[in-house]
Design a protein. Structure first.
Length: 71
């Protein structure tokens, strides 16, 4: 079994800081947060995805889940 200790430092630590600093998207206030960011970014899904450090497709999935229209 390969563990993180078996990897070179550059690879082993490459994803750890991002994972720790990325804001969670799913939670109690997710819908309100997405709606607020869409309003702040004038409906620009790409800008919302950048703000949440995720992909546009993830934002579209969350919008569909929470019944948020794109317009």
């Amino acid at each position: 079994m390969i563990t993180i200790d078996d990897l070179p430092p550059a690879i082993g630590l490459a994803s750890a800081p991002e994972a720790a600093s990325a804001p969670p998207i799913v939670g109690d206030d997710s819908r309100a947060r997405i709606v607020a960011l869409l309003a702040e970014h004038h409906g620009n899904v790409s800008a919302v995805a950048r703000a949440l450090q995720t992909s546009r497709s993830q934002i579209h999935r969350l919008m569909a889940r929470y019944g948020i229209s794109g317009k």
